[in-house]
Design a protein around this ligand. Structure first.
Ligand code: G4P
Length: 528
């Protein structure tokens, strides 16, 4: 098969949610339906995570906090397709990692808790998907237990997100009394049966409306009325609007009992797009059948203390990846040998021999490779960098023991390259007291932990009063440096950032001196 034909069989997506909505459970159930859990059955994902935490010092922090910091890439076959599920970090703190993973995905599944609806992180994630025009499916989870009214939830998504939910399935039975769903495309009522601990697929039975009315009574009557209402407002699936990220096909279910999981996974295959030719920096599409190319969306060092190395995750955009091929590293123009290529599931690695557009390959020993870098074979290509999120938290880092300054400097540079935090330097202070900038404060915890445990450089972090960053240039920096409540720092890529103590202060400066360059950072500049 050609790379384009292989690409057509692929679906590369991420599951996103506010913590506790059920992302891990749903991931596990997708694997169950994909037949990827082998003999271990459901429960394996969590069990494996537990084991990993116990054996790795990098996971120590993860274990302490009971959160997942590292992302995983899972690949499994389903209905003749290859599904690539990019896992996003599950912590409460929104971090740049999530954003980068979404840059490598062709679609996303948003999981909502039926009792909670839209939660703070859900809002942020929806926003990211919308700004990227990423097609989004919504799964309203936990319908097996008491929750809110289905119409009310749909209404809330539309009101808060501004993206129209188009229910593909509709629940029969209120939250807590879940009988099954009506597939609005066919009108079929799909009735589910519970199995013990949700350990195997939930048996499904298609029941015709007359029988459903008799057997489900009032629950059917209510669903029937709601469906008539949905039909009247025209909340039907519209492929074009979905692919443009304007509407979100919505599904009801329960990851715990497996109700509705198959219908959702089927929708990933049937509705989510397969990889399409990626646009380069000039906006020219790289054909799927062009020679190998891809971009790095994530770099991780020392994932496992027994392999002191650095893995760059490459999203393949065109061509056939074959292990051992020597590709060109776009930013440096140097050759890069892909002798050690893996699929990575947490710490467990399997060597990958070949990969196609949509697949993710973990390249080991990727010393010089950074987030956003392009790799290619034969025909050069440069894909757009991955935009970094505007940091909102800033802290000054100082090494506790000046005798460890060398280690500190090396560690800071490494964390900067990986994008664990952004590192900003003052021209007078340089590496003595760099300012670490983050989207979420947990990025600081990870940085401090790694500087101490991995680089042997314990640090002291002092919070600053800065809360807003803007991109500026040298002439403006000159004027800004003389002002109170403002500082100008430089990022490793040369970008000058002006930090302000409050948005109010920033507004004052903009009003007083409209000629200064103070550009918003979202979507600007490159990560790493
Ligand atoms: P997350 O990755 O989004 O953070 O959520 P996770 O899957 O870990 O689920 C959070 C909690 O919600 C878990 O309970 C999980 O069992 C439960 N849950 C997930 N999906 C459903 C569902 O469809 N119905 C119901 N009733 N519960 C669901 P926990 O008690 O925190 O953990 P555990 O001890 O069950 O593993």
């Amino acid at each position: 098969m050609t790379p384009a034909e292989e690409a057509a069989r692929r679906r590369t997506f991420a599951i996103i949610s506010h913590p506790d909505a059920g992302k891990t459970t749903l991931t596990e159930k997708f694997l169950l339906y994909g037949g990827a859990l082998g003999g271990t059955g459901a429960g394996a994902v969590k069990a494996r995570e537990g084991r990993r935490s116990a054996t790795s010092d990098w996971m120590e922090l993860e274990q302490k906090r009971g959160i997942s910091i590292t992302s995983t890439v899972l690949q499994f076959p389903y209905r003749g397709h290859t599904v690539n599920l990019l896992d996003t970090p599950g912590h409460r703190d929104f971090s740049e990692d999530t954003y980068r993973v979404l840059a490598a995905a062709d679609a996303a599944v948003m999981v909502l808790d039926a009792a909670k609806g839209i939660e703070p992180q859900t809002l942020k994630l929806f926003e990211v998907c919308r700004t990227r025009g990423l097609p989004l499916l919504t799964f309203i989870n936990k319908w097996d237990r008491p929750g809110r009214d289905a119409l009310e939830l749909i209404d809330e998504v539309e009101r808060l997100i501004g993206m129209q939910p188009t229910p593909v399935t509709w629940p029969v039975g209120i939250a807590g009394d879940f009988r099954g769903v009506v597939d609005r495309r066919s009108g079929d009522f799909v009735r589910f049966t519970r199995v013990a601990r949700g350990a195997t697929e939930a048996p499904e039975e298609v029941v015709d409306p007359e029988r459903a009315a008799v057997e489900e009574g009032a629950a059917w009557g209510q669903a029937d009325e709601e469906l008539a209402l949905l039909g009247a407002v025209g909340a039907d699936f519209d492929e074009e609007a979905f692919l443009a990220g304007l509407v979100t096909p919505t599904f009801f279910g329960s990851a715990l009992t497996n109700f509705g999981v198959r219908l959702l996974l089927d929708a990933v295959i049937d509705l989510a797009p397969s990889p399409t030719p990626r646009l380069d920096v000039e906006g020219t599409p790289r054909p799927l059948d062009a020679p190998l190319s891809g971009f790095v969306f994530k770099v991780q060092a020392n994932l496992d203390p027994s392999h002191r190395d650095r893995i760059a995750y490459l999203r393949v955009c065109s061509g056939r990846f074959e292990r051992g091929t020597v590709v060109t590293h776009g930013r440096t123009g140097k050759p890069f040998a892909t002798k050690y290529a893996h699929t990575v599931f947490g710490r467990e690695r399997e060597t990958v021999e070949e990969a196609f557009p949509g697949d993710v390959v973990g390249l080991v020993n990727a010393t010089d490779v950074r987030v956003g870098d392009s790799l290619y074979l034969d025909e050069p290509v440069e894909f757009p960098g991955i935009p970094s999120f505007a940091p909102e938290h800033f802290a000054v880092a100082r090494v506790r023991d000046t005798g460890r300054f060398k280690q500190f400097r090396r560690g800071i540079a490494q964390l900067d390259e990986e994008g664990v935090v952004q590192v900003l330097r003052h021209p007078d202070q340089g590496d003595q007291a760099p300012v670490l900038a983050a989207v979420g404060p947990m990025q600081f915890e990870v940085a401090v932990h790694r500087l101490e445990n991995e680089f042997g450089a314990p640090v002291e972090l002092s919070p600053t009063n800065y809360t807003v960053a803007r991109r500026t240039d040298a002439p403006s920096a000159l004027a800004l440096r003389g002002m109170r409540g403002v500082t100008v720092l430089e990022r490793a890529d040369g970008t000058l950032l002006a930090l302000f103590e409050s948005p109010y202060w920033l507004d004052r400066v903009v009003d007083d001196q409209p000629d200064l360059l103070l550009a918003p950072l979202v979507g600007a500049g490159l990560a790493g």
